[in-house]
Design a protein around this ligand. Structure first.
Ligand code: ATR
Length: 290
């Protein structure tokens, strides 16, 4: 059961995900099960929101602890914070907002790229052996598709690890802006097909393309995936997107979006509750629901 309404009372702490769409989100499954398992009096709801600022104003009296932010509100969410963590500020997007208990101020953080970058590094270590020192992303050409909140976070994370960044985006102006922020190069989506300055590149999809229930599409032709040694997809519903399936077929290592999702969920759960996350339970709930 997703919600246990018998447990919801006046002291129940409210949490949720702010996005549009939210129907694909597995967060309510994950957090509600996790709250219950550690005996935390909380509820986590999906909030289908058009305008973040209107939503926060309308529900300003709601005694919430924190909200997760997803497509397409990671950038607007940042503008609605009273204070923004330096990393989220550098990225230009938030993945969660927490109300500071002492003064009710809304503080924005960006934690979702950490899990993705860690999972990519882990997978590269597995393929290349652990002998190399430093990040296996160092010096690699890292192609990020998308220049929204997730794209910004991944480009920032890759840059921090010393990768050379290429940003591809439907709206080219946004690709250019992000590329210049991380000292990288911008290309158009159509250029992706013939973009292979070198072998062994890393690819990350940070757009919603490939997400259920809308489509089973991929922005990169299968043939072009041969130039990548590793492909990551931020989309996690379905777990095996067309992009990941085709990448695997051409022999690239793949990293599922669920890795990014679950790792940020652990961190966020701990920030919401101040309790250790029941990691195995959360992994099991996610596995049952993807
Ligand atoms: P998020 O914060 O989760 O990254 P977002 O800020 O709305 O969400 O960004 C969505 C990204 O997916 C953008 O890069 C968007 O491209 P545009 O900047 O051109 O809007 C990309 N995107 C969404 N739908 C797309 C589609 N059908 N084809 C290509 N790119 C798409």
């Amino acid at each position: 059961d997703l919600y246990n309404f018998r447990h919801i009372g006046v002291d129940t702490k409210v949490h949720g995900v702010i996005g549009n769409p939210t129907s694909h989100s597995k967060s309510p499954h994950l957090y509600n099960a996790a709250f219950e398992s550690v005996g935390f009096d909380g509820v986590y709801l999906p909030f289908l929101v058009d305008n973040v600022s209107d939503f926060l104003n309308t529900y300003s009296s709601l005694d919430f602890v924190g909200y997760s932010y997803t497509i397409p509100h990671k950038v607007d969410g940042l503008r609605c914070c009273d204070e923004v963590d330096p990393i989220a500020k550098a990225i230009g997007a938030i993945s969660c907002m927490i109300k500071r208990p002492s003064d009710g101020k809304l503080i924005g953080y960006n934690i979702d790229y950490l899990g993705a970058i860690a999972a990519i590094e882990e997978r590269l270590h597995d393929s290349n052996g652990r002998s190399m020192s430093g990040s296996p992303l160092y010096g690699k050409l890292f192609v990020v598709i998308g220049a929204g909140g997730a794209g910004k976070a991944l480009a920032y994370g890759g840059k921090q690890k010393g990768a050379r960044i290429v940003v591809a985006n439907r709206t080219y102006a946004k690709a250019k802006e992000l590329a210049s922020r991380v000292g990288g190069k911008a290309i158009t989506l159509s250029e992706l097909e013939n973009f292979h300055p070198e072998q062994g590149m890393i690819l990350a999809n940070a757009t919603s393309v490939g997400m259920k229930p809308k489509n089973h599409e991929s922005l990169v032709p299968k043939e072009a995936l041969k130039h990548y040694s590793l492909v990551f997809d931020a989309v996690y519903t379905p777990k095996l997107t067309r992009l990941l399936q085709e990448a695997r077929e051409v022999g690239a290592a793949i990293v599922y979006g669920t890795e990014m999702f679950i790792n940020q969920a652990f961190v966020q759960f701990e920030r919401f509750t101040k309790l250790p996350a029941p990691k195995q339970l959360m992994r099991d709930v996610l596995a049952r629901n993807t």
